[in-house]
Write a protein that binds this ligand. Structure first.
Ligand code: ZN
Length: 347
């Protein structure tokens, strides 16, 4: 196991209005996680800004120009998406962090022994998965994980999987790759919930049909429910897709302490999930890169990130009792099976 973190203290300079959940305080949490990892001997590297060309692999030039036009100003792009003077630069830096993570692990994986997994975790804000090809929304300006996936595709990878575990549906990432069979997008999220998308029946379009998979879970879902959908759908799909890279939209707002979501995931549940993603990467013989999304209970965010980093470093699982399943996971699984038909073996 080899973990690299991509981190910079600059993400605290993206300012949001007082009381906004996606606050600069989250950057201090990310910095603390990076510092503790550094103290354990983990490599921590700085991101770079994504170039316009790299952003325009997934966003329209007009969208990139519209974010650029906010430089130096505080603006409101939708009811909960705000810029501050440095946001245009920091949004590019967050997208670039995912690119740096991909570059690091693709190169590291080549020197790994069989069964070993190179991993990287980009600790970023602003988050990205709500940003669509032509629209900023839901605290997001560029889809950081989509930019990272497109970067990997541009460097010759035929199959990239994106697993989105944020409590909200990653509508932006889904929209960007909806017709694309080269990117498998699998999301676990609270449904119905913001942003309104993410029903099981949304399965991709044209050649991409079947390559979008939504595990639409009711509020109140527990660790045990997540275990059911991850082992019952996410892992079998990854196994069959045989990705050359697994990317993760790592949101921690499904945590039971989170003020926005109604899920009941624990820190131990997040560590378990990370372990399963490592197992999927090991099975595929591919590297694993995570990019932060949401997570608004600062203590839970910090503890969950530490726990996930520990798993990626190859450490022992986190102690802690996980909550048993409630049936919500099984219902999401049934809806997914119905929507996907016989496309995926083992569902
Ligand atoms: Zn979220």
């Amino acid at each position: 196991m080899a973990l690299t973190l991509v981190s910079t203290s600059r993400f605290g300079d993206h300012l949001t209005p007082p009381g906004h959940p996606e606050s600069p305080d989250r950057a201090a949490i990310l910095d603390g996680v990076a510092q503790r990892a550094r103290d354990r001997g983990v490599a921590v590297i700085e991101p770079r800004e994504a170039t316009d060309a790299e952003l325009e692999r997934v966003h329209t030039p007009a969208h990139v120009r519209s974010i650029e036009a906010t430089r130096g100003r505080a603006t409101m792009l939708d009811a909960d998406t705000f810029t501050s003077p440095d946001t245009a630069d920091l949004a590019k830096l967050a997208a670039g962090a995912g690119i740096v993570a991909v570059d690091v692990i693709l190169s590291a994986q080549q020197s790994m022994a069989a069964g070993e997994v190179a991993s990287a975790f980009a600790l970023v804000r602003p988050p990205g998965h709500h940003a669509e090809s032509a629209r900023a929304m839901g605290f997001c300006f560029y889809s950081n994980v989509a930019v990272a996936a497109a970067h990997a595709r541009a460097h010759g990878l035929a199959r990239v999987a994106i697993v989105d575990i944020d409590v909200h549906h990653g509508n932006g990432t889904q929209e960007i790759f909806y017709p694309d069979p080269g990117v498998l997008f699998v999301s676990t999220h609270q449904y119905p919930f913001y942003p309104g998308t993410g029903a099981a029946r949304e399965i991709g379009a044209g050649p991409g049909e079947g390559f979008t998979a939504n595990l639409a879970m009711e509020g109140g879902s527990t660790d045990g429910d997540y275990q059911r959908v991850i082992d019952g759908a996410v892992l079998p799909m990854l196994q069959q897709f045989d990705p050359e890279l697994i990317l993760v939209s790592a949101g921690f707002d499904a945590h039971e302490d989170d003020p926005l979501g109604q899920m009941r995931m624990t820190t131990a549940g997040y560590a378990w999930t990370a372990g399963r993603l490592v197992a999927a990467a090991r099975h595929a013989g591919c590297p694993l890169a995570l990019v932060t999304e949401g997570g608004y209970a600062l203590g839970a965010l910090s503890a969950s990130l530490d726990a996930v980093c520990g798993v990626l470093e190859g450490g022992t699982p986190v102690e802690g009792e996980m909550r048993p399943p409630t049936g919500r996971g099984d219902r999401a699984l049934t809806a997914l099976r119905t929507a996907q038909g016989a496309r995926w073996a083992g569902l």
